[in-house]
Design a protein around this ligand. Structure first.
Ligand code: GN1
Ligand code: MG
Length: 353
């Protein structure tokens, strides 16, 4: 079997390990490789999305060295080199694989059940960027170009509108109008970036709760899934936490009435992130803290809706209308988020104290 050859390349005897699909990610194929005493995470990189796996490997190796030198105690879940010393192994079919340690006594959760989890996760993502504050973010390679470039996402959405078939266009009419109605979120982004008002930092870019490892006491250990670690803006990380932690229902929920904002979770995200990043965030960044959620939810709604119009070519669909439903979900969340903004301002002011 193919995966067996990959394991051998990493110096593991396939006979001693069990390989099982692992985790909820939409993009890469992830497996847990379990042995008697230790375990690993094996991941196949989706090269339709990540065109340069080498850029990912180079970034992680530069960051790994930085941590080893400056913060040797920091638990960095970086890749393990193969027998020939590379972080990437290519299969005969041309697919790229890498191996990570499975951190002992750690676990992940797929859903934020309480404020402590949100606090711990936000603290871990904040800590990652905080510890890399003096690392030259510009020296990192871009592993996914224009990943969180909102104007480009809007452009791609407009192109999808031009190309979409009539049937899908008419199904999505209400949502298309909603996207256009919230245009101010795009204008805000453009002004913020054009005026270079906030700094580029080392940003994780995928801060969902399942990308944090917890220990048995439910304290955060470290962040994982580091493919999109690259230069970016703080609002990507804060915004994706707002997007994925605040609602009790996740982005797959089709009962829109189940989507609501949990204020205590907002509070925990603010406190956790600021407990690390509060020391280095600029006044301007703090001013745009709440905007983070609007930005990320809006962009995700646009991406899901564009994918629906593009016949699900990026995210795939488990059923007819899947990406339209995901877009509806995100638009509902966006409106709930905006409705809670005044309350958020009060909570943020308290968290900053
Ligand atoms: C993708 O594969 P996964 O689940 O980690 C996507 C994110 C989206 C997310 C939505 C590279 O992440 O940007 O927010 O789906 N990643 C990429 O569920 O496109
Ligand atoms: Mg990911």
């Amino acid at each position: 079997m193919l995966l067996e050859d990959i394991l051998k390349n990493f110096g593991l005897n396939p006979a001693h390990y069990q390989v099982q699909p692992f985790g909820p990610g939409l993009i890469n194929h992830t497996y847990k490789v379990s042995g008697r005493d230790e375990a690993y995470i094996l991941q196949q990189i989706n090269t339709n999305v990540f065109k340069s796996p080498q850029a990912i490997a180079d970034n992680l190796s530069a960051i790994q060295k930085y941590f080893a030198r400056h913060y040797p105690d920091y638990l960095f879940a970086g890749p393990i080199p193969s027998v020939s010393g590379d972080f990437l192994v290519q299969s005969i079919g041309g697919d790229y694989y890498r191996l990570f340690p499975f951190i002992k006594n750690s676990h992940t959760v797929n859903y934020v059940s309480n404020a402590k989890e949100a606090f711990e996760a936000a603290k871990q993502f904040g800590r990652f960027t905080y510890l890399l504050n003096d690392f030259d973010a510009d020296s990192l390679k871009t592993t996914l170009s224009d990943f969180h470039n909102l104007p480009l996402r809007v452009e791609q959405f407009e192109t999808a509108l031009q190309k979409a078939n009539k049937e899908r266009l008419s199904q999505a009419l209400t949502e298309i109008n909603e996207i256009h109605r919230h245009r101010n979120i795009l204008e805000d982004y453009k002004n913020l970036i054009a005026n270079k008002e906030i700094p580029l930092r080392v940003i994780h870019h995928d801060t969902k709760i399942s990308n944090v490892l917890f220990d048995d006491q439910k304290n955060g250990l470290c962040v994982i899934d580091l493919d999109t670690v690259m230069p970016g803006y703080f609002f990507s990380d804060v915004g994706d936490m707002m997007r994925t932690y605040l609602s009790a229902a996740n982005e797959e929920e089709v009962d829109l009435s189940a989507i609501s904002i949990r204020e205590e979770i907002f509070n925990a995200v603010c406190k956790g992130y600021l407990s690390e990043m509060g020391r280095v965030l600029t006044a301007k960044e703090k001013q745009w803290f709440i905007y983070s959620g609007e930005f990320m939810i809006y962009m995700q709604a646009i991406r899901f809706l564009a994918d629906y119009l593009n016949n699900d070519s990026y995210y795939g669909a488990k059923y007819n209308g899947h990406n339209l439903n995901r877009a509806k979900n995100q638009l509902r969340l966006l409106n709930e988020y905006i409705a809670a903004k005044e309350k958020f301002k009060q909570l943020l002011a308290l968290a900053e104290k």
